[in-house]
Write a protein that binds this ligand. Sequence first.
Ligand code: NAI
Ligand code: MG
Length: 352
Amino acid sequence: APTGTPTLAVIPGDGIGPEVTAEALKVLEVASPVKFESTRYDLGAERYLATGEVLPDSVLAEIREHDAILLGAVGGKPNDPDLPPGILERGLLLKLRFELDHYVNLRPSRLFPGTASPLAEPVLRKGEIDFVVVREGTEGPYTGNGGALRVGTPAEIATEVSVNTAYGVERVIRDAFARAEKRPRKKVTLVHKTNVLVNAGSLWWRLFEQVAAEHPDVTTDYIHIDAAMIFMVTDPARFDVVVTDNLFGDIITDLAAAITGGIGLAASGNVNPDRTAPSMFEPVHGSAPDIAGQQKADPTAAILSGALLLDHLGHPDAAAAIEAAVLADLTEREPGTSRRTSEVGDAIAARL
Ligand code: NAI
Ligand code: MG
């Protein structure tokens, strides 16, 4: 690539992944102030089933050389005996997160005006829903620190140990505060279960307090995970930046997506804030085998993930332009009608 040309590794993946990724690229093309040089990598269920390969080291090394990664979704049909659970999750998605040190899993949750939410009117009247979850991405119970003994017997033992390092916790909390500093409300809520998970909870709480002391202008709050699930549906306007561990974050962000218009709109970034490796941007949804290949998928989540990508690469104005185009498109969507995946992409691109 010519000097200065940003490079993009594109992993369209399986099912609706390639369909929504095509629209995200279409929108990036018109919105981005810079032209990307993109390289496509065929990874996912299809490749695994055909070749037995998940993420060859040579491919990982190539991907690492890019400025950013755009992922559609990976995953095959449910309960395919040829594709055991965990192969793609651990071998591809988590491997990329761990290897590229994506310690911030970023999930903005905003209820765009005009978008239907399952929440009741009185809840929606409490205030605007516009928060971002900063989920720790490299530790917690997702590291593979566990094992099984005597499997299949009545004496079976299974463990998944939650790993929390001071280094890992501090850096993600710092990122959350840095993001809060840039937002109008400047508030960070720690979500954990400090009353029961006392070891990890104590570490998170102490580092939270310590970093908070360096940010006197940022308001802080703490909620246990179970209570946070209540507030998410009774008063989501109270959240601005939420920082939490890997497992709690996984759960919170699905509920957050559900209250803000659903899986077709939820975007995410697997971010390496230190920029020692490329960050990866992807819709929250999966490969949706039930609607794959039919141009029925909503590409908006993938398109908004493209906006996060531009923002990360230093183009906040272009990112905001995509968000504005999506907002305008959502406002004019007619309930009960459906457009093809490519029509949604065309409509949003046309607004840019
Ligand atoms: P899913 O998100 O693929 O689908 C859940 C439901 O939402 C389905 O009814 C689907 O049709 C619908 N849906 C999803 N995205 C949509 C969109 N853009 N527009 C309209 N409707 C949409 O989750 P599911 O069914 O649990 O998983 C399917 C496969 O995807 C599995 O193999 C799973 O492992 C994989 N997966 C991959 C992820 C990733 O690549 N990061 C994340 C989640 C699941
Ligand atoms: Mg999830």
